[in-house]
Write a protein of this length. Structure first.
Lengths: 214, 465
C-alpha cells in the first residue's frame, strides 16, 4: 500500500483554499501569515507525538515557465499537508483534533468545506476526502517509530560517552562499569518527542545521569 | 572534446608546479585608473599552462586572481559584476555560517587584512629557490611601484618542509601530503588510476572539464554559472584561499595521549585519522603497516576504493580522506561525488619541527590552502559544510571531520569513531574530546581569469552586451 512504508504512514492532503472576492485579506495570505508566525516557536506537531515530520505549504498555482510549455492553471489554490507518522490514519487524525485543535482550525478554517475539529468523525471524513496517495517518503523514514528512533539516538550518544570514559580499563572493571551503565540507561526516561536539540545539536532531554563526562 | 588552449589558462589552474617555495602577495586596490596598467604590465610575466617539455620548466612562476571587491575596483561593468555566482559576490567571510567558520574559526580570530576584507588581488609567486623568489617578487614590486593603483598589504610565505636538508611533501602533523588531484578531460598530463571518476567497470575516467574550468560542460552536462560576457569567464575558474593554522602541540599531545590506550600504537592511530599512514601508505591498501612500495607506485598510491570496506575496519568511515573524497563509499559506483571534487593547491608555512623538538600552538605553522573549482557553492562549500563540518552523508551523525572540523563549537564533546575488528591490534576505538587541530586565520574567494580575460580587464574592454 503506497500510503504505508513499513510501520510508517505517509499522509498527503490537498485542501482547496477558499476563494472569497470580498475578503479583506485573501484566505491563502491568512494561512501564510499564520504559518509564518509559528516559525520561532515549537511546532504544534510536537504535541502530536507520533509525527516524524510534518509540513504545511500553500500551493498558489502551477508555474508557467514559458514556451514551449503550455499555460495551465489549477482550479483552486491548495493547502498542502504532508506528514509521516506512526500508527493508523484514524488515530493520527483524532490526535490532531484533540491535541492541537486551535492550530488545525486556524489553518484549515480557510479551506473549502472544512467542518472544524469539534466533531472528530466529521474532521476525519473531511481530511480523508482531501487525501491523495503518497508514494515518496521523508528520506529518514526507516521503519522505526519516533520513540524507537529517539531512544536509539539517546543510546548512541550515551554509549559514545561510556566508551570514552572506560576504554582501556581491565576487563573486570569494564564489565562492572558496563553493568552499571546499562542499568542507568534502562532506567533513564526516554527523550521527549519534539523537545528538540540543545545548543550542541544533541538531544535536549533524557540524557542526565547517563552521559556524564568524567 | 578538443584540446584545451593551455596558453590561455593560468598555469596554476592546470598543474601543481612542484616548486618548493612560494609567496602569496595580497594587494589592495587604490581606486585609480592605474591598477589596469599594473595588470597590463604584469601580463607578460604570468605563467600559463603552456607545456614545459625538454627542461623548459621556469625558475619562477606568477599567477593572479581577484576578489569580487577587486573586480569592482578594476571597474568591470556593473552587468558583469552582478552576473557572478552569489557566493563569490558575497565573499568567504559572509559565508561563515554556512562554512562553520565560527567561534575559534570566526572572522574575529582572522588576520586583519582578511577580517577587514581588504584583499582585492592575490598574486602568487612559486620558485625553485629563495633567491629566485626574492628576485621575482622584486620585479613585481617594481611594476606595482611604477604603475601605482595598488599596494601590497600583506604577504604569506610558504615552502615545502625541509627535513634533514631534503625537500619533502610533508605537512606539519607529519603526514605526506599532496596525493591525487582530480583529472579532467582535455588536460594533457600523466593521469593516475584513482584520479578522476570511477566507472562502473572499476576503471577511472577523466572528470568533465566544466568541473574546473568555466565555459565547458560539467558532469551534469550543464555550463557552470559564470559571469558575462563569455570571454570574461571562459578558461577561468574560482579559487578559495584559506590560511589554515595547525595547532601542532595540541595534535602531538592528543595523539600521544590516545595512543597510550590504543593497542595498535601511535603510528597506527595516526593512520586511522587520515586514512593514510604518515609516510603516505593508503590504509585501505595496507591497513596493518606502512608500505613504501605502495607510496612510490603511481599505479597504486591513489588507486583504491572503499566498497569492500563498508564497515571501515581498514580505513575508518570518518577518516579524513574518506570524508573529503568518498570515492564509492556512498554507493552508486561513486557517481554521487563526481560533482563535489576540487583541485587542491598550496604549501605549508612555518618551520618544520622534528617530532622530538618542543612546539607551541601559537608558533606560526600551517598550510596556505587553495582549492580550485568551477562552482564554489557546489564543490568547495558543499565539502566544507556537509562532509567536514557535518557527518550525515558518511553515516557519522553530527561528528565532524577529525582533523579539519571546528570541534571547538561542540565544547569538548566532538568525537571520532574508529571501526575495528576482533584483532587485538585493530580494535574499535573512540577518540573523544576532540580539540581544534586546525584553525582558520582568514582567506577569501577569488576569480582566476584566463589570459584573454586579463587582457580585457587591463584594457577596460569587458563588454557584457
Amino acid at each position: 500500500m503506497p500510503n504505508q512504508s513499513g510501520s510508517v504512514y505517509g499522509l498527503t492532503i490537498l485542501s482547496p483554499i477558499l476563494d472569497d472576492p470580498h475578503a479583506k485579506v485573501s484566505h491563502d495570505l491568512q494561512i501564510r501569515m499564520y504559518l509564518g508566525g509559528l516559525k520561532d516557536e515549537r511546532s504544534p506537531f510536537a504535541k502530536v507525538s507520533s509525527t516524524h515530520m510534518a509540513r504545511l505549504a500553500v500551493l498558489n498555482d502551477v508555474v508557467y515557465v514559458g514556451m514551449p510549455a503550455c499555460e495551465e492553471h489549477l482550479r483552486s489554490q491548495y493547502l498542502v499537508f504532508e506528514s509521516n507518522f506512526d500508527g493508523s490514519l484514524d488515530e493520527y487524525l483524532e490526535k490532531m483534533a484533540v491535541e492541537i485543535p486551535e492550530d488545525v482550525d486556524a489553518v484549515w478554517g480557510h479551506c473549502v468545506g472544512y467542518p472544524g475539529t469539534k466533531s472528530i468523525g466529521a474532521f476525519q471524513a473531511y481530511m480523508k476526502k482531501c487525501q491523495i496517495t503518497t508514494t515518496f517518503y521523508f528520506a529518514d523514514v526507516n521503519d522505526k517509530t519516533v520513540n524507537q528512533t529517539l531512544r536509539a539516538l539517546q543510546t548512541q550518544e550515551a554509549v559514545g560517552v561510556f566508551i570514552e570514559n572506560n576504554q582501556g580499563k581491565p576487563a573486570e572493571e569494564l564489565r562492572q562499569a558496563f553493568a552499571a551503565f546499562l542499568e542507568a540507561l534502562r532506567a533513564a526516561p526516554g527523550p521527549i518527542p519534539g523537545s528538540g536539540l540543545n545548543s550542541l545539536g544533541r538531544l535536549a532531554a533524557g540524557m542526565e545521569g547517563i552521559t556524564r563526562h568524567e | 572534446m578538443s584540446k584545451l588552449n593551455e596558453t590561455d589558462i593560468q598555469g596554476f589552474v592546470l598543474r601543481g608546479y612542484n616548486l618548493p617555495v612560494a609567496r602569496y602577495l595580497f594587494l589592495e586596490v587604490v581606486p585609480h585608473e592605474n591598477v589596469r596598467l599594473f595588470i597590463d604590465k604584469l601580463l607578460p610575466t604570468i605563467t600559463t599552462g603552456e607545456q614545459w617539455d625538454n627542461g623548459r620548466k621556469p625558475d619562477s612562476t606568477v599567477n593572479i586572481a581577484f576578489t569580487h571587491k577587486g573586480l569592482k575596483l578594476m571597474r568591470l561593468p556593473e552587468e558583469s559584476l552582478l552576473s557572478f555566482p552569489v557566493e563569490f559576490l558575497e565573499g568567504m567571510k559572509a559565508r561563515g555560517p554556512i562554512l562553520c567558520d565560527t567561534g575559534r574559526n570566526g572572522p574575529e580570530n582572522w588576520e586583519e587584512i582578511w577580517r577587514e576584507e581588504r584583499v582585492h588581488i592575490w598574486v602568487a609567486v612559486n620558485a625553485s629557490t629563495e633567491e629566485e623568489l626574492e628576485s621575482c617578487c622584486a620585479r613585481i614590486q617594481q611594476r606595482i611601484d611604477a604603475t601605482g593603483g595598488s599596494r601590497v598589504i600583506g604577504e604569506q610565505d610558504a615552502a615545502a618542509l625541509k627535513i634533514d636538508g631534503q625537500i619533502t611533501p610533508k605537512e606539519h602533523f607529519g603526514y605526506t601530503d599532496g596525493f591525487g588531484n582530480p583529472d579532467y578531460r582535455g588536460f594533457e598530463r600523466d593521469s593516475q588510476p584513482g584520479q578522476g571518476k570511477l566507472m562502473p567497470d572499476g576503471t577511472w575516467a577523466q572528470l568533465a572539464t566544466g568541473e574546473l574550468l568555466l565555459g565547458y560542460a560539467d558532469e551534469a552536462g550543464e555550463l557552470p554559472v559564470a559571469p558575462v560576457p563569455h570571454l570574461l569567464a571562459n578558461n577561468g575558474t574560482f579559487m578559495v584561499y584559506r590560511k589554515l593554522h595547525q595547532n601542532v602541540a595540541t595534535f602531538r599531545r592528543y595523539l600521544e595521549e590516545k595512543a597510550r590506550l590504543y593497542p595498535g600504537g601511535k603510528e597506527h592511530l595516526a593512520s586511522k585519522f587520515v586514512g593514510r599512514w604518515r609516510d603516505g601508505t593508503p590504509a585501505e591498501l595496507s591497513p596493518d603497516q606502512m608500505d613504501p612500495s605502495v607510496v612510490k607506485d603511481k599505479s597504486r598510491n591513489v588507486n583504491f576504493t572503499f566498497g569492500k570496506d563498508p564497515k571501515g575496519t581498514s580505513c575508518p568511515i570518518g577518516a579524513h580522506l574518506r570524508r573529503v573524497n568518498p570515492r564509492d563509499a556512498f554507493g552508486f559506483n561513486g557517481q554521487l561525488i563526481n560533482r563535489r571534487r576540487v583541485t587542491r593547491r598550496g604549501l605549508p608555512y612555518g618551520p618544520y619541527a622534528p617530532e622530538d623538538q618542543p612546539v607551541r600552538d601559537d608558533e606560526q605553522r600551517g598550510i596556505a590552502f587553495m582549492a580550485l573549482n568551477a562552482s564554489l557553492a557546489r564543490q568547495f562549500e558543499f565539502i566544507q559544510q556537509q562532509w567536514i563540518e557535518y557527518g550525515n552523508d558518511s553515516h557519522q551523525g553530527n561528528d565532524k571531520e577529525v582533523l579539519l572540523g571546528n570541534h571547538g563549537d561542540l565544547e569538548g564533546r566532538s568525537k571520532f569513531m574508529i571501526q575495528g575488528t576482533e584483532d587485538p591490534k585493530n580494535p574499535p576505538f573512540l577518540c573523544g574530546g576532540l580539540p581544534n587541530f586546525v584553525e582558520l586565520r582568514g582567506g577569501d574567494y577569488f576569480f582566476v581569469p584566463s589570459m584573454t580575460a586579463l587582457k580585457m580587464m587591463s584594457t577596460g574592454t569587458v563588454d557584457p552586451r
